[in-house]
Design a protein around this ligand. Structure first.
Ligand SMILES: Cc1ncc(COP(=O)(O)O)c(C=O)c1O
Length: 486
């Protein structure tokens, strides 16, 4: 039973200095901090509380949303809003150590998304991982086991041998990647792997990156002095038939094109590996969220088609937390040795204790249990998102079969839709925020005009079509639960 709202000392003062939402959120926060509202207790519905306080329901919903974002309350599907387990500020039980979990969400701006302005309460921007879902006990055990020995030895530049062996099993089970431990290099995530690959190329070499695509990939290549060539993408993923000539490497996301969300079809996969063979280029396969797929049969990683030309890149960023900074690559043994040697020379390897913690999570089965739970959880969030848009006028949803974000192709300009969402307290990204900045586009256009043009289209037809301006990117992530708040 929800506590009757009148039993709580709540008041809304229209003439007060603070906005009504802040007043209500503040009073509820105090009640939870001092135990007047206990863990698991149900809050009154927004309608009831609004009626009792004489304020609009939007004000109460916004107050609940704020508390949700801060981790004080949680929404249970269809049954209301409850005081969250271990809400912040609640004193820990004696003898119970604080969980060593990283903060709730990765809010870095590495991929070029703007900072929230503080007024958005439901953060649906892509790239935010639901770290609250990590089993704290398993996480603590992993770090305890990683921290038992103190050593001053530098880790093996290829990564710990036991971790590489454990990864071969994990990759086989989860992604159909068959390789041996000497084909794996443990890295600092996809960005680290791309950095190692880039370090083997010469400044000025041309590397292809899907367009629209992952800004960090562009940034890493550009930082190594490589020439980043945009490669067109359509609703089927990378347009293999339109790959420019002269590329030494192409970066691609076949499992779930970032950000448009397509899965690369089998014929395009075949064409891509054949293209790499013919042109002598390598393919960097970024399998950043390949573990998450819904309602569709899994397509194994591209790597399995031709391990000689594909370098497979995996990461803990989406399956665990972006704070860990551990990932891996799989390639031929020869290239793996060269990449590890480059990492060693550059002092670029994943932290030993972090590798140990990951090893423990794989060896105990905790990682795969976590992924199974999260797959289920993200599927529910995704269902909430698709239900919210179904039959609506907002536009067409794309890329919702896999991964942790989806795209809304809007009828109105994306910026307008995003601004309207922000006004209602919902933060989403637009595709424009994922493109190279105008400075880079201008520089490129000056240097090589045709880069921004699709050679197979009419010469004056830009590669980036104006229609692509009307995409909104939303993560089926941490705050999607908000859709089901009472
Ligand atoms: C397309 C893509 N690749 C890779 C990553 C993860 O990169 P890293 O392992 O460097 O954290 C992300 C994270 O958001 C991503 O969106």
């Amino acid at each position: 039973m929800a506590r009757r709202a009148l039993e709580l000392p709540l008041a809304a003062d229209r003439d007060g200095a603070e906005p009504l939402t802040a007043q209500i959120a503040g009073q509820l926060r105090d009640a939870m901090a001092d135990g007047r509202l206990a863990t698991g207790e149900r809050l009154p519905s927004t309608r009831t509380l609004a009626g009792l306080l004489g304020v609009s329901r939007t004000v109460v919903t916004a107050a609940y949303a704020q508390l949700f974002a801060e981790g004080w309350v949680e929404g249970r599907h269809g049954s209301g809003t409850f005081v969250a387990e271990g809400a912040p500020g609640r004193p820990a039980e004696p003898g119970e150590p604080e969980p060593v979990l990283p903060p709730r969400a990765a809010r870095g701006t590495r991929d070029g998304l703007p900072e929230l302005d503080g007024t958005s309460m439901i953060d649906l921007r892509p790239g935010i991982v639901w770290t609250e879902g990590i089993d704290r006990a398993a996480w603590r055990r992993a770090w305890r086991s990683a921290g038992t020995g103190v050593t001053g030895d530098l880790p093996d530049p290829r990564g710990r041998a036991d971790l590489r062996a454990a990864l071969t099993g994990y990759l086989r089970r989860s992604r159909g990647v068959h390789c041996s431990a000497d084909q794996i290099v443990v890295t600092r995530g996809v960005a680290g792997s791309l950095g190692l690959l880039a370090s083997l190329l010469r400044p000025g070499d041309q590397v292809g990156v899907e367009e629209p695509g992952y800004p960090a990939a562009r940034a890493v290549f550009a930082a190594h002095g490589l020439r980043v060539v945009p490669c067109p993408v359509d609703s089927g993923g990378l347009r293999v038939d339109a790959l420019p000539e002269g590329l030494r490497l192409v970066y691609a996301t076949p499992a779930h094109q970032y950000p448009l969300g397509a899965r690369l079809s089998v014929p395009r996969r075949r064409a891509l590996t054949a293209w790499a063979r013919d042109s002598g280029a390598l393919i960097a396969e970024d399998d950043y969220d390949g573990e998450f797929r819904y309602d569709v049969a899994p397509l194994p990683a591209l790597f399995g088609m031709d391990p000689e030309v594909v370098v497979y890149l995996g990461t803990t960023t989406k399956i665990l937390t972006p704070a860990l900074r551990v990932g891996w690559l799989a390639t031929s043994p020869g290239l793996a040795a060269r990449l590890a040697a480059a990492g060693s020379m550059l002092g670029d390897w994943a932290s030993g204790p972090a590798q140990g913690a990951l090893l423990s999570m794989i060896a105990t089965g905790a990682l795969e249990r976590h992924i199974r739970r999260m797959r289920h959880d993200y599927a529910r969030r995704r269902a909430a998102m698709t239900a919210a848009f179904r039959g609506g006028d907002a536009g067409r949803l794309l890329g919702d079969e896999a991964g942790m974000h989806m795209i809304l192709e809007t009828r109105q300009p994306a910026a307008e839709v995003a601004a309207a969402a922000a006004e209602r307290g919902v933060a989403v990204a637009t595709l424009d925020q994922k493109r190279p900045g105008p400075g880079l586009r201008r520089r490129r256009a000056r240097r090589r005009g045709p880069w921004l043009r699709d050679p197979r289209r009419a010469p004056d037809q830009p590669l980036i079509s104006p229609r692509q301006g009307s995409f909104v990117v939303a993560g089926a992530n941490a705050h999607t639960r908000m859709w089901s708040l009472a």
